[in-house]
Design a protein around this ligand. Structure first.
Ligand code: UTP
Length: 292
């Protein structure tokens, strides 16, 4: 019952904050150093042991699917030019040990609506959600692995929380934690508020884009009406789920997050990953040092 195989990755948004770069290129295909953002996310969910990815996609995003497919022409060209290391790397992307399903969200009607589009592919099983614009670099163990392991034991839905700076609070879903009881060390969520003002924010802890839900959550999502902007919000469904006495465990982010849906976060991610790239490390550090 607690066997968690599927994870939904919604990629059907418009990516307006990154325009004009995202006019013809999906946000998820923008590179961090030399790998598209989506590849970092797929590697993270694969490492956590998910076996099936459900991309909720859009007609303009076929390059994401193509990226994980075999490219015979490219492979033949690399073979001919004896570029063995590159050939190995390119082949490995299309030979990942997982099944990729895709389903379309014809119109961007919000994140909640995107997840709902995956309902038939999720079926009666529990499922994860990973938002592709939040790139996470864990410092010890993969955060999704910890959440997935806990789910196997306790069957509880969970959410990963990051710490927002003051200026970030009004950009994210902010949670209120339940008062900790002395018996259990588990952190539980009491409520969640979408993009509150600093004054109304119940804490500085925000949903960093990794979730695990019991299957019933889909029923709550189906009940949510579009907001003033015509979007179905995931946050509203989570709050309704909590108000109906469902448990949602909180996991604190181990490591760093980069909001790559936003210009600054995207640029910082590029610098940070470049600083760890074996070929770029020395030069980029030298460059940054001389700029100070
Ligand atoms: P965001 O709101 O951060 O992404 O949604 P966006 O809408 O693409 O970007 P901006 O705000 O216009 O710059 C978080 C995730 O949910 C997906 C997005 O693709 C992104 O990965 N999403 C959002 C959908 O799949 N469908 C939607 O209707 C909305």
């Amino acid at each position: 019952m607690n066997d968690l195989k599927k994870i939904v990755i919604p990629i059907a948004g418009l990516g307006t904050r990154m325009l004009p770069a995202t006019k013809a290129i999906p946000k998820e295909m923008l590179p961090i150093v030399n790998k598209p953002i989506i590849q970092y996310i797929v590697e993270e969910v694969l490492e956590a042991g998910f076996k099936e990815i459900i991309f909720v996609t859009h007609s303009s995003k076929s390059s994401v699917e193509n990226h994980f497919d075999t490219s015979f022409e490219l492979e033949a060209a690399l073979e001919k030019r004896v570029k063995r290391a590159l050939l190995k790397e390119i082949k490995s992307i299309s030979k990942l040990n997982l099944v990729i399903h895709t389903i379309r969200q014809g119109e961007a009607k919000g994140l909640g609506h995107a997840i709902l589009c995956a309902k038939s592919l999720v079926g009666k099983e529990p499922f994860g959600i990973a938002l592709p614009d939040m790139v996470i670099k864990s410092s010890n163990k993969n955060n999704l692995t910890l959440m997935k392991t806990a789910f196997k034991k306790n069957g509880c839905s969970s959410i990963l929380l990051g710490k927002a700076k003051k200026e970030q609070i009004s950009k994210y879903g902010i949670v209120k934690l339940k008062k900790n009881n002395l018996v259990s060390k588990e952190l539980k969520i009491e409520s969640i508020l979408e993009k509150p003002s600093l004054k109304k924010a119940p804490s500085n802890l925000f949903a960093v884009g990794r979730y695990i839900f019991r299957n019933e959550f889909m029923e709550y999502l189906s009940e949510i009406k579009p907001d003033k902007g015509g979007e179905i919000q995931l946050t509203e469904a989570i709050d309704m789920y909590l108000k109906n006495d469902n448990e949602l465990l909180a996991f604190r982010l181990d490591g760093k997050f980069y909001d790559c849906g936003d210009k600054l976060g995207y640029l910082i991610a590029n610098i940070e990953y470049a600083k760890e790239d074996p070929y770029l490390k020395k030069e980029i550090l030298k460059y940054l040092k001389n700029k100070k």
